[in-house]
Design a protein around this ligand. Sequence first.
Ligand code: 5GP
Length: 112
Amino acid sequence: MDIFDKIIAGDIPSYKVYEDDTVLAFLDISQVTPGHTLVIPKKHVDDIFGYDANMAENVLLKLPMIARAIKASNPKITGMNISSNNGTAAGQTVRHSHWHLIPRFDDDALTP
Ligand code: 5GP
């Protein structure tokens, strides 16, 4: 059981942003910017290479809706980076597929 499976099970607490039968969205423990959210499939899959069409539909089609909800939570959010690291070589540290939704602000210190 990986750390995100434990979050899904409620064994590790998280701040939930969105949840349904197949997807959980929660705040990253180490937020790059305020509102940094992770979106994960509840069914364990290591990375995008393990997605079937059903999982792709369940997860990917919800990203715009979750992104809008995050943006609506803070009027200072003017942009958002959405990305996923797949495989250790790509920088993935938790081997449970996840999508980073990183709100951007006009005055944030990140490079575009
Ligand atoms: P990766 O490096 O695999 O793309 O991203 C993993 C992300 O998971 C990191 O941004 C890290 O801060 C986050 N993370 C790791 N452990 C936990 C945890 O226990 N709770 C939460 N909410 N986020 C976590």
